[in-house]
Design a protein around this ligand. Structure first.
Ligand code: A3P
Length: 332
């Protein structure tokens, strides 16, 4: 059904493209664009293009003729969601992709954190990007970037003025979510695994185990400080991952502003799905989708004394994070 639908769209769009392309108002380039008087309306059909023809382009299904005809390009990202793992990075990327001027790289590319990929060079990276119209911006997400030592310098070398998005959740919840994902992987392979409590607390000292990756990743300020050696704080935008779950629109509107995009994502594009227990995405009257079932797992119950200990441990790091970023959360 899905398959049929995409190709039906492609045929429909191809037949009407010549006429429509002439009528489509080209959007200004991203930096100087979108004047203050609202004369920059993006027609609704641009959204239909996104899920029709562009959907095919993204999958690499653009013919040479289509690429030439529509000036399609594979552009390096103008913004990257650098983390944090389990913060809601997929939801953020998918929701931003609702914007007609945004095109997502569907896969995590792991260019900057993987030495083998990085050695393949920037052209390799660019060729991994989806096709887009020149006025659109490409966004990719690879949450491993946030915690990998070499990444800030590498991204800086590619584009020192790139915009960086970091989505965070209350650190203890994020650590448990991280654990839950690994646990699920182990269970799938029939492997045994330790309880969260055993990993998060050092049994010798009874203190928080800072060697445990899920704990280390949640010390946001430590990682951010490494990034700040290369980029000024103005180039970062912090997204509240807990609020993105319960009230996504205002968070997305803040990102639109940060990216200098006109506000185009509306409540129409987001609807709460009671069965999933999450907001899902509505592109238009025809296309809607929820995130995969691997997003929104049920967390195992964790001993309250361990939770208290972790929250106390993260507290001073959180304070520093608020101070640096200028964004305060109600984390305990
Ligand atoms: P949990 O599985 O712990 O609930 P990431 O994409 O970075 O791996 O983050 C996964 C988290 O995104 C999920 O963590 C989930 O809570 C959160 N999330 C935020 N908005 C969501 C949405 N609309 N649908 C599903 N998950 C969402």
């Amino acid at each position: 059904m899905d398959c049929f639908f995409s190709s039906a769209w492609t045929v429909y769009i191809s037949q009407h493209l010549d006429n429509q392309a002439n009528r489509l108002q080209p959007l200004c380039p991203i930096d100087g664009r979108f004047g203050p008087h609202g004369q920059d309306e993006i027609p609704l059909r641009a959204l239909q293009f996104k899920r029709g023809l562009l959907h095919e382009f993204r999958k690499g299904n653009a013919t040479k003729e289509q690429i030439r005809l529509h000036n399609l390009v594979q552009q390096l990202p103008k913004a990257i969601i650098i983390g944090v793992r389990k913060g809601g990075t997929r939801a953020l990327l998918e929701m931003l992709n609702l914007h007609p001027a945004v095109v997502k790289a569907s896969q995590e590319i792991h260019f900057f954190d993987n030495d083998e990929n990085y050695a393949k060079g920037i052209e390799w990276y660019r060729k991994k990007m989806p096709f887009s119209y020149p006025h659109q911006i490409t966004i990719e997400k690879s949450p491993a970037y946030f915690i990998t030592e070499e990444v800030p310098e590498r991204i800086y070398k590619m584009n020192s003025s790139i915009k960086l998005l970091i989505i965070v959740r209350e650190p203890t919840t994020r650590a448990i979510s991280d654990y839950t994902q690994v646990l699920e992987g182990k269970e799938r392979k029939n492997k045994t695994y330790y309880k969260f409590e055993k990993l998060a607390i050092d049994p010798n000292t009874c203190e928080v185990n800072t060697k445990y990756k899920a704990v280390r990743t949640s010390i946001y300020t430590k990682h951010l400080e490494r990034w700040l050696k290369y980029f000024p704080i103005e180039q970062f935008h912090i997204v509240d991952g807990d609020r993105l779950i319960t009230e996504p629109l205002p968070e997305l509107q803040l990102v639109e502003k940060f990216l200098n995009l006109p506000p185009r994502i509306s409540q129409y594009n987001l609807y709460f799905n009671a069965t999933r227990g999450f907001y899902c995405l509505r592109f238009n009257i025809v296309f809607n989708k929820c995130l995969a079932g691997s997003k929104g797992r049920i967390h195992p119950e964790v001993d309250t004394s361990v939770i208290t200990k972790l929250r106390k441990f993260f507290h001073p790091f959180n304070q520093k994070f608020y101070q640096i970023t200028g964004r305060t959360f109600n984390w305990p």
